[in-house]
Design a protein around this ligand. Structure first.
Ligand code: HEC
Length: 319
């Protein structure tokens, strides 16, 4: 019976994982089984009339970013509500084994379209390693997306498992003998409820915005005003005011291509440059050789003085 449960659980986990992984249409990292709100139970009927419910108290599971799913069922946590019976299960049905492990790969595409509040019935397959054998498992499960970060999987209808299929009939015979029972049903109903929570994403710390660098400016801002006339057709120094080119407000000391509401060329946006006196001087002397493919249609300033002065002017006007 335990084996049965294990199988079912495994299946459920698999199903869940698949769904969860693609909730937003893309891989969403890793998931962990919420043991407290999950439940794997099975029933038994002895002497034809006495029905009882049992469960495993400890199950754990994870789904990796690549879809690898591993679920572990602690066989020693079987709870039949009678201590001696728990021990007999461990000894005669599980034969001393302490864990059953379920492995599967999740089809990351299956659940891509599942929105919060959606549910569906899915067929799942997995392999359960139990008592040295690999058992293939198939089941029909009901999957519901509870929230952006949680998914619930339950049995879709009652699942019956035969002890013979699980290879534990001899163990059940032994239980009957020990408890002096005339009979224990060999078909076991199993139910499960699994809740998976999305792990907190280990977001790589965004690179800190480069601190504005101190730029030593040798130029003469007043003289630069005149040079800036060559830039005016396309640039303003007013904050947020863009023309053909972006506003040059506070451009000195910041990263190239950093203004959000201006559409730079890809080359400029990805240049990785920081505009200090050196990079700006080189750029203004020969824009297209410093940022190949820039859409700044400007040949460049020939005189080093003009360059120093216009940079000083832009910096001064940005204060
Ligand atoms: C014909 C229009 C035009 C002229 C003239 C022009 N620019 Fe530009 N400038 C642009 C465009 C367009 C961009 C955006 C380039 C890109 O995205 O590849 C730009 C980008 C820049 C940048 C980078 C801004 C940023 O946010 O990274 C600086 C600095 C700059 N120009 C300075 C100047 C200076 C100084 C002059 C005058 C000496 C000048 N430009 C002349 C059109 C012009």
């Amino acid at each position: 019976m335990l084996r049965t449960f294990t199988r079912i659980l495994a299946t459920a986990v698999i199903a869940v994982s698949g769904h969860m992984a693609l909730a937003d249409g893309h891989t969403t990292g890793t998931w962990t089984l919420n043991a407290d709100s999950s439940k794997l139970a099975f029933g038994s009927v002895k002497k034809d009339t006495v029905g009882e419910v049992h469960s495993f108290e400890q199950i754990s599971g994870t789904v990796g970013a690549d879809g690898t799913t591993v679920v572990e069922i602690d066989l020693t946590s079987v709870q039949t509500n009678i201590d001696i019976r728990n021990e007999r299960f461990g000894e005669h049905v599980f034969k001393g084994a302490t864990t059953a492990i379920l492995n599967t790969m999740i089809d990351m595409n299956e659940m891509a379209a599942m929105a919060v509040g959606d549910s569906e019935v899915i067929d799942v397959e997995a392999v359960l390693s139990f008592l040295g054998a690999d058992v293939e498992i198939e089941a029909e499960l009901f999957v519901a997306r509870l929230s952006e970060t949680s998914v619930m999987v339950t049995t879709n209808d009652m699942i019956f498992v035969e002890t013979e299929d699980l290879g534990i009939s001899a163990g059940v015979d032994k239980l009957m003998e020990l408890a002096k029972l005339p009979g224990i049903t060999r078909t076991t109903p199993v139910t499960l409820r699994l809740i998976f929570n999305m792990d907190e994403q280990k977001v790589e710390a965004a690179p800190a915005a480069p601190a504005p660098i101190a730029v030593a400016l040798a130029g003469d801002a007043d003289a630069g005003k005149k040079v800036f006339k060559k830039c005016k057709a396309c640039h303003s120094i007013k904050d947020g005011k863009h023309g053909v080119g972006p506003s040059l407000y506070k451009v000195v000391g910041t990263a190239a291509g950093a203004i959000e509401d201006y559409k730079y060329s890809t080359k400029m946006a990805q240049s990785g440059l920081v505009w200090d006196a050196e990079t700006l001087s080189a750029f203004l002397a020969k824009p297209r050789s410093v940022v190949k493919g820039t859409k700044m249609a400007f040949a460049g300033l020939k005189k080093a003085d003009d360059i120093e002065n216009v940079i000083a002017y832009i910096a001064a006007k940005s204060e």
